[in-house]
Design a protein around this ligand. Structure first.
Ligand SMILES: Nc1ncnc2c1ncn2[C@@H]1O[C@H](COP(=O)(O)OP(=O)(O)OP(=O)(O)O)[C@@H](O)[C@H]1O
Ligand SMILES: [Mg+2]
Length: 362
């Protein structure tokens, strides 16, 4: 739900606590083309849990990244950036059918029941998804039985969004949209790209460095998104602690051995197995939450994995064992791209958000 959107030759910018990724996408006849891309790391004191602590430094890092993009620097000033996932909110709300003019005020009234944000201090965006019949259980907020509206609502604290706008302007960029990450990810991983229909119910699990997220998609639309505690950097830290090795060694071990029990006497695999069990439990818990709390909800039939953490060796097999009723697949955003480099194929799971942002209005 872009807070403000227009059609420009813009690139996508995924700003994370530890890394920033850029993807510039164009369309040649019917095909999308990845024109330029790049990534850079972010030092520890620049961004903390999505809050910018050094605007000037972050602007410089972004400018340097744009110059270093391959195969050529990104030159357009227009950017679609994403807001930090842990500070945003997105959820389908079912409300009583009311005049469209009254919807904005009604959403402001009921939103405090759904999110821990002060509505006066937040930017709120919404879109009607479909009309329907009254649900039997929450989150129905209305009283009339004659019909309801499904409204996808997005919100972000003004201070966060304004901070990102200021930082991008400071980098001499023009923010065309600031987006909720789940929307960018879904744009990159549309089910039809992966041979599925858009009416199926599924979840996307993005495993990042500092946080992971669970995005439930049904009837072609996001129903809700939540953060999950299991994330790459924390897993590395646990390996370092338990094996009494440095963070650098633990990161190497995680990538080399993953969940392969035959490697390193299975010691890394057994540590990782506990983390993946927790991830599987959280996936199950959130799937159940959907069935219990949403109108006409059905069980999810498959999971799409993305984010750099999804590269973990044997992750797909391990999740399949723990969630036997679900199909597990990788979400390769690159699938419908005309030309890709080998390097990009390796990184594509990490670039999902940047690509989804770069695809806005292309
Ligand atoms: N082969 C691999 N095996 C296991 N983990 C991997 C592998 N490759 C990358 N990772 C992990 O992926 C994580 C980075 O993923 P990604 O690039 O999606 O994160 P990010 O977008 O920078 O983080 P965030 O979304 O939390 O801001 C790191 O924790 C890294 O250790
Ligand atoms: Mg990420």
């Amino acid at each position: 739900m872009p807070i403000l959107t227009n059609k420009f030759d813009a690139f996508g910018l995924d700003i994370g606590d530890r890394s920033i990724k850029a993807a510039h996408i164009t369309k040649n006849s019917a095909n999308f083309c990845l024109k330029s891309f790049g990534a850079t790391i972010v030092p520890a004191d620049v961004l903390n849990k999505g809050v910018i602590s050094n605007t000037k430094e972050l602007s410089n890092i972004i400018n340097n990244l744009l110059k270093s993009c391959l195969p050529k620097p990104i030159q357009t000033k227009y950017v679609h950036a994403c807001l930090p996932e842990t500070h945003t909110f997105i959820k389908m709300l079912t409300i009583k059918k009311i005049d469209e003019k009254e919807i904005a005020a009604h959403i402001r009234d009921i939103l405090p029941n759904h999110i821990p944000l002060a509505t006066d201090e937040s930017y709120i965006d919404w879109q009607i998804i479909e009309s329907g019949t009254p649900p039997q259980s929450p989150p129905y907020q209305g009283g009339e039985a004659e019909g309801v509206l499904n409204v996808l609502v997005g919100a972000v604290p003004k201070a966060i969004a304004d901070g990102y706008t200021e930082m991008l302007l400071n980098a001499n960029l023009i923010p065309v949209s600031l987006q909720i990450e789940a929307e960018a990810i879904l744009r990159a991983l549309k089910p039809e790209n992966n041979g599925k229909t858009d009416t199926e119910c599924f979840a996307i699990v993005d495993i990042g460095a500092t946080r992971s997220s669970f995005i439930l998609v049904d009837k072609g639309t996001i129903q809700f998104a939540v953060s999950l505690p299991t994330a790459g950097a924390e897993i590395t830290q646990i390996i370092a602690q338990k094996l009494n090795i440095s963070i650098q060694e633990a990161e190497k071990a995680k990538k080399m051995f993953g969940l392969d029990k035959k490697k390193c006497d299975g010691s890394v695999a057994s540590i990782l197995d506990q983390e993946i069990s927790e991830l599987a439990q959280n996936i199950q818990k959130n799937s159940n939450f959907y069935i219990e709390h949403f109108k006409d909800a059905k069980p999810i039939s498959y999971i799409i994995l993305c984010g750099g953490g999804a590269n973990l060796i044997n992750l797909k097999e391990s999740l399949k064992q723990k969630l036997p009723n679900l199909t597990i697949q990788f979400g390769y955003p690159i699938i419908n791209f005309e030309k890709t480099t080998e390097e990009m194929q390796d990184y594509s799971l990490s670039f999902t958000t940047a690509i989804g942002l770069g695809l806005t209005n292309v």
